[in-house]
Design a protein around this ligand. Structure first.
Ligand code: KG4
Ligand code: ZN
Length: 340
């Protein structure tokens, strides 16, 4: 096997058109991200049809930039990896089609990657010493999963949300208090000006499932609070609402993750996904892990939100295991982690 395995990775599952070249799973040679956020802001969320069209417009340009920045010609690559699920079917199909076309034209192997496996693998990029087994909390716009990474590419989901994902809760609460889309970064910022103990929002537990999450009750509680204030003619301190809501989410995430790390005897914990870039969440995890002697890992914000470098990191380990996809690879919008 070649000493240096270089993989071109493509990600288009939601509203970021992204391509990257990654060497041996850990060295990012290029990481190009075209974010469509501005395009979807006025709708308060991602519009799938608009996202698909923009991906089509941008994908070739983004891939070319990734190759140019890495100083790589197609012939120098070892494989092409692409997110094939979960995500929005139209956006996913754009990336999958582009990857298949390149593989067919250049005679390269194709590797389909699970989006969450990508988020988890983002941790390998800057933490060169991180190796399985470890516990990981994936918190993004669509997912809230507690996963044990038994080995490279081997996952055991031990907990997940029963309703809203953590990022989804951030986005919905942000909208309710008049902040724009995406709400997570705005709540993160506004929380800095508020008192996290001003309002006591609920911390939900799921009966009989200690590692599962539920955020819909918390979201309703925030909405009820806002309605009650309005009915009473009381003014709302938005920073206090943001900070108190954020603390309620973080408390639950930290508590469940710590419980799982201790119950399963895992001395390493990594966080991943868009919400993992939240500054208070990172502080809370760092503190809780230090107290328990657990090593804590997290990617830089640019590798937390959607990007293709994380897909290239995941793909390296799949490549080494001999995992290859056929040119009949299709987008799978509801792909489960660990399924192929
Ligand atoms: O991982 P990601 O880019 O896309 C999905 O796979 O879903 O995550 C996007 C989510 C959005 O819900 C966004 O509001 C949230 O991550 N997010 C944050 C922060 N930055 C992004 N949530 C809280 N604090 C942040 N700083
Ligand atoms: Zn994502």
């Amino acid at each position: 096997m070649n000493e240096k395995i270089r993989i071109l990775a493509i990600e288009s599952s939601c509203d970021e058109t992204a391509a990257a070249v990654v060497e041996n799973g850990r060295l990012v040679l290029s990481n190009i991200i075209f974010s469509q956020i501005e395009l979807h802001k006025c709708y308060g969320g991602v519009v799938p049809e608009i996202a698909s069209r923009k991906h089509i417009e941008k994908i070739s340009q983004v891939i070319t930039s990734a190759l140019t920045e890495a100083g790589m010609a197609l012939q120098e690559l070892d494989a092409v990896a692409v997110t094939y699920g979960p995500g929005l079917v139209g956006p996913l199909l754009v990336g999958v089609s582009a990857a298949k076309a390149i593989c067919f034209a250049a005679g390269l192997p194709l590797i389909g990657i699970h989006h969450i496996e990508g988020h988890i693998s983002a941790n390998y990029i800057e933490n060169k010493d991180l190796e399985p087994p470890f516990l990981t909390l994936v918190v993004s716009g669509g997912h809230t999963h507690l996963v044990i990474v038994r080995n490279y590419g081997e996952y055991e989901v031990v907990g997940q949300t029963r309703d809203d994902a953590a990022g989804e809760a951030f986005d919905k609460v942000a909208r309710a208090i008049g902040l724009g889309y995406p709400g997570g970064p705005q709540i993160d910022r506004l929380s800095g000006e508020g008192n996290p103990d001003a309002i006591r929002f609920p911390r939900a537990k799921v009966e009989g499932a200690p590692y599962d999450f539920s955020f819909s009750g918390l979201k309703s509680s925030v909405l009820n609070y806002l309605n009650t204030c309005e009915m009473k003619g009381e003014s709302v301190n938005r920073a206090d609402v943001a900070a108190s809501f954020q603390k309620a989410v973080i408390d639950v995430l930290v508590e469940h993750a710590m419980e799982a790390a201790e119950d399963f005897g895992l001395p390493r914990l990594a966080i991943a996904g868009g919400v993992a870039s939240n500054s208070s969440l990172r502080e809370a995890f760092a503190h809780a892990c230090t107290q328990r002697g657990i090593a804590f890992y997290h990617p830089s914000p640019v590798f937390c939100t959607d990007n293709a470098a994380m897909i290239g990191a995941a793909a390296y380990y799949e490549y080494k295991k001999g995992q290859r996809s056929g040119l009949d690879l299709n987008a799978v919008p509801n792909l489960k982690l660990g399924e192929r």
